[in-house]
Design a binder for this molecule. Sequence first.
Ligand code: ADP
Length: 415
Amino acid sequence: MNLLVLNCGSSSVKFQLIATDLERIAQNTDVRLAHGVIERVGGAGVITFTAEGSAPQRSAAPVRDTRAAVEMILRWVISDESGVSAVSSVADVQAVGHRVVHGGEHFTNSVLINDEVLRGIEDCIELAPLHNPANIEGITAARASLGAGVPQVAVFDTAFHQTLPEHAYLYALPYQLYRRHRIRRYGFHGTSHRYVAYRYRTLRGIGREATNIITLHLGNGCSIAAIRAGDSIDTSMGLTPLEGLVMGTRSGDVDPSIVDFVASKEGLSAREVESLLNKQSGLLGVSGLTDDMRELLDEAHENNDRRARLAVEIFCYRARKYIGAYLAAMSGADAIVFTGGIGENSAEVRADICQGLSWLGIELDRERNKAHSAGREGLVSADTSRVAVYVIPTNEELLIARDTVRVVTGAPQRF
Ligand code: ADP
């Protein structure tokens, strides 16, 4: 099957075209045919489309809205100029998988989209006011372009964390706030945590039940998950993606009293303070320079910039504290898995996070860690380490494609 994977954000639409089916999934031989992104949707669009094995094709054109972006993607995919020979008409696209950010408490698995599911995604808009509307637009756009006969599947960022026990997902707030407004920890990046947990057990040749690990997704957004017997039992992001680890521009955990304090001192509304916590904090806020970890590390080394170093230090310290907390929460783990742009590429950050944890049985192998090549899966801990440390590149789009195949064919999603 040729599957279109769509990730529709508030101002961008990303896609991948992937050829896969149950047999290819079993043999890990899925093929990515093309991928791309349209940025600045709603204005002067910036378009980058790439057929596998070819150079990226870049262009600029006004892109009115998500629907126009999806139409543009499909037009390119079926055109001769794309070079994607497996797809020459829209009939060659057999299903669509959508990344949907918030599935609330209702969606615990990936599902075939029908009108009822669409209403369910709409019901979660108040929990993800920027993301879910864009996801819905993507679904209606794909339906309009491909016809109602082409199955579409929703894969939720929150679904993997629906196994959290009550004591982990409830905040110690008046209980009626949960009952009235569904205020609780949902967690995000679920597709990524689930994917690397699956790759980990495949690498080790063990089953789901034996998967007891801590996964760290460190990209622009960052989160950590405690996975016991294959299920997520705790995660650092909460009602929204703001909670938990320090991120590119997000503060992660802060004392909630800061909101009112900053509002009164700086003459801001609560909403403006929330925006400051989301967009001007984290690595960017502390360093005053950039939200980009690679640039910060360069600044710290080349110019010995004190605040760049401090930002990296706070980032790693917070991650280290969470590892300790999750080891306690799950009574020990067999492995720690790093993923995301930072987790996959920065040996320095991995070393800093794991520093001083040998008493907990976590020992990196300096050389292995340094020599680990980007884009590869591998072990970076010492042979004597009781807790193994792995680097596993994430691939959310592939998991969305595979879930789409499973839903469409009725194959089980827990495996
Ligand atoms: P997103 O969360 O948007 O998918 P990524 O997972 O690509 O983002 O992660 C982006 C982050 O990864 C940036 O902070 C970037 O600097 C960082 N990064 C990428 N390569 C390296 C590297 N070699 N060393 C340190 N950080 C890196």
